[in-house]
Write a protein that binds this ligand. Sequence first.
Ligand SMILES: CC(C)(COP(=O)(O)OP(=O)(O)OC[C@H]1O[C@@H](n2cnc3c(N)ncnc32)[C@H](O)[C@@H]1OP(=O)(O)O)[C@@H](O)C(=O)NCCC(=O)NCCS
Length: 358
Amino acid sequence: MRDILLDAAGVAASLGIAEGTNPWHWLKELEAIGQDELEPLELDRRQAARWLDLLRVPAEDAAVVLATLPSRDREPAWWWCLERDVHRLLSNMGEPDAPRGRWPAFEGNQYDDAQRCHFIHVALAVAPATLSYLSGLGIPEEIAFASMADLARHMAIHRRVHRSTGVEAAWWITLCLRGELVELGRLQYNRFTLGGAGSPLWYPENEAIERGAGFRPGDSCLGIHIPEGSPLSPAAVQSSLEMASDFFCRFFTVAQRRVATCMSWLLDEQLAEYLPAKSNIVAFQRRFETVPGSEEGDAQVLKFVFRAGPDADLSRLPQRSLLEQAAVAHLRAGRHWQVRTGWLDLPPAGTPPLPGEA
Ligand SMILES: CC(C)(COP(=O)(O)OP(=O)(O)OC[C@H]1O[C@@H](n2cnc3c(N)ncnc32)[C@H](O)[C@@H]1OP(=O)(O)O)[C@@H](O)C(=O)NCCC(=O)NCCS
């Protein structure tokens, strides 16, 4: 059985993936990885169950993940994908500027359980290596596990939206599996090089150079991310920024100034037309200096405020909160939301203990 599945076409036929679709391009990318490059992969039910527990995946979803766990002999096509996806993550562990590659969006109930759980199987196979990479740097286990919490968080979003087991935005979780994302209190951070693949919308090159160290192409930078969850209170943000200052000084020192950037719909100053000055979002905006230019952010607002797609029917969206009302009123008026980049300097490093340290 296994011999006929050594290429993307055989795997695509076995999994019912049509030529030219996004998953088909993903298989073609996996096919480029030679059999001899692959590390031996062990992912049995016991290891998977242990990591589902460690990563706090609820029992209802864990059961589906375990029921679809592929085996080398019984589901050779899924095993072929698993081995190669795991390889792509392991070979770029801790490499923030390495290409992320293509990841299929098996989201929603048009996909079956095996498809929707594939990325979760990948995550369970990689998680021990992620933990040992982070622990090897001396990062406290509590921070390491907090940083890996995105898998369960994005599975919870999938369950909320589709009422089934799956993971929302699998491509995003690659950041946490490669050990690049750290969660420190309310915010997450990742390292990247300005001008590299992970760069946000930024200053034109001449202006970036004029601004000096920290802003120039090739300079090491930080990204700030806001996972959904508790309110973005100024105190929680301040505490997270202070933790980040200490954390990056300790574990990823750089000689130059290193600014922290955020590229988000949350930095669209038009939000201040609708939200009170004391709202958490507007207070968060005030911390950043915004970079000129923007990208259209309607889809991001629909996604992050309503978990709705870009073609959502505005008349059916909930109108409970001020933000929900603003999001719809703005689009109804024929206006567009913007994604903006902002930057700030982290507070001076102190010596507060990090979570997990005495
Ligand atoms: C970032 C976030 C925590 C801010 O929430 P917050 O701290 O409550 O923000 P504010 O205090 O400024 O909220 C102002 C109003 O908007 C509402 N609101 C804020 N975020 C909301 C959201 N995602 N969906 C619906 N309403 C929201 C609040 O309930 C409040 O309404 P009210 O005054 O009628 O009660 C929240 O928007 C969130 O979880 N977003 C998802 C993650 C995200 O967007 N990340 C960025 C990705 S680029």
